[in-house]
Design a protein around this ligand. Structure first.
Ligand code: SF4
Length: 360
């Protein structure tokens, strides 16, 4: 399935038991927005992310209190936890000691090769990979002067320069990201980088924006790369609830047939035939079923004239009539449902079918 798009061969990196790269499923990740030193709030959010289908998450480590909190967080988290560190190598050392599954750091800004060596040695001892994370905003002045602007060449050279700092101290347990807030620059840069390295790539569009803007930019940037066979783990970056990042990431993978399982939700755009409040109804149903673990295609359609036929590949669906709905399975009408009970009854039917099929 993952090689459908001629996935680029990358080496396999183990992140706390989760294998990233090679033919392994493309991992969906997010980043907590809780204060990491607030252990309970952080763990609650990690559990919400896990339930939404998140494979690994990252937490900010801005200070020693956060690095110390990792000890309890990593002990109780159901998914690997990545420590996000800027500038201070001592925070990286503490995070490694406290169970981080991966360290995200830029080796170019932690104070010289001695510190790079210290962090790399600590990671190596515990088989902890490092993500070299380069963003368009953090390109070295020297490269900006050389290329005259932020461009794929400057970003790629910056990332590979940071990778070399680790390789020079004999460390190659590496994942690379090279993000920009422009989907186009992101696509061109990852394509260039992908031709120059076999380290797994963490793909995303950074500072993508609010939920609506961010999902559009991420779907274009991440989706284009995945359809070119590039990308081993993805993060949708949103100014919003991290759970929405995970649902969007999974949605992108599912749209490309790169992830199976879970609910696939379809609904019609409505038209002059619609006699039910479909827009509200579809959002409510989607909200209630989107995290269910069943492998089902669910349709919510505006009319009985065309709905069941247009959605006949759906496992189960609801089509609007006048003051009532019909419930259909694979295009066949099963029964009628009164308008006032439509959402509750339909959600129950979806769960019943999911349990019956027992496909998760
Ligand atoms: S399913 Fe019916 S209501 Fe929805 S767009 Fe098609 S014709 Fe219109």
């Amino acid at each position: 399935m993952d090689n459908y798009y001629g996935r680029k061969g990358t080496r396999v990196i183990n992140v706390g038991g989760l294998k990233i790269g090679g033919d392994n499923p493309i991992a969906v990740q997010s980043m907590n927005n809780t204060k990491t030193s607030d252990v309970e709030a952080t763990l609650k959010q990690i559990n919400d992310l896990y339930e939404a289908g998140c494979d690994l998450t990252r937490v900010a480590i801005p200070d020693m209190a956060a690095a110390e909190a990792l000890k309890e967080i990593t002990k109780r988290s159901p998914i690997p936890v990545v420590a996000d560190i800027h500038f201070d190598y001592r925070l990286a050392l503490e995070a490694v000691k406290n169970g981080a599954a991966k360290i995200r750091i830029n080796p170019g800004n932690i104070g010289g090769s001695e510190n790079v060596f210290k962090v790399a040695s600590a990671c190596k001892e515990r088989n902890i990979p490092i993500r070299v994370g380069v963003n368009s905003g953090s390109i070295e002045k020297r490269l900006l002067e050389k290329y005259g602007k932020v461009c794929p060449e400057a970003m790629t050279e910056s990332a590979l320069g940071a990778v070399k700092l680790l390789e020079d101290v004999d460390f190659d347990d590496i994942i690379i990201s090279i993000k920009s807030s422009s989907p186009r620059l992101t696509i061109e840069t990852y394509k260039m980088l992908s031709g120059m390295t076999d380290y797994p790539l963490h793909v995303g569009v950074t500072e993508a924006g609010t939920v609506r803007e961010g999902i559009i930019k991420s779907a274009v940037g991440i989706g284009s790369l995945l359809s070119s066979g590039i990308g081993d783990t993805i993060r949708v970056s949103l100014t919003g609830d991290p759970v929405d990042e995970v649902l969007a990431g999974i949605g992108i993978l599912k749209a490309l047939d790169l992830r199976k399982g879970g609910i696939t939700f379809v609904s019609c755009p409505t038209c002059g035939r619609t006699r039910v409040p479909l827009i509200e109804l579809a959002s409510e149903i989607e909200k209630r079923i989107c995290k269910l673990p069943y492998d089902l295609k669910v349709a919510v359609m505006g009319c009985v004239v065309n709905g069941p036929g247009e959605a006949k590949d759906a496992d189960i669906g609801l089509a609007g009539g006048i003051d009532e709905f019909i419930l259909f399975e694979k295009g066949e009408t099963i029964r009628r449902i009164k308008a006032e009970n439509a959402v509750d009854e339909f959600v129950e039917e979806v769960i019943k079918l999911g349990e019956k099929n027992n496909v998760r």
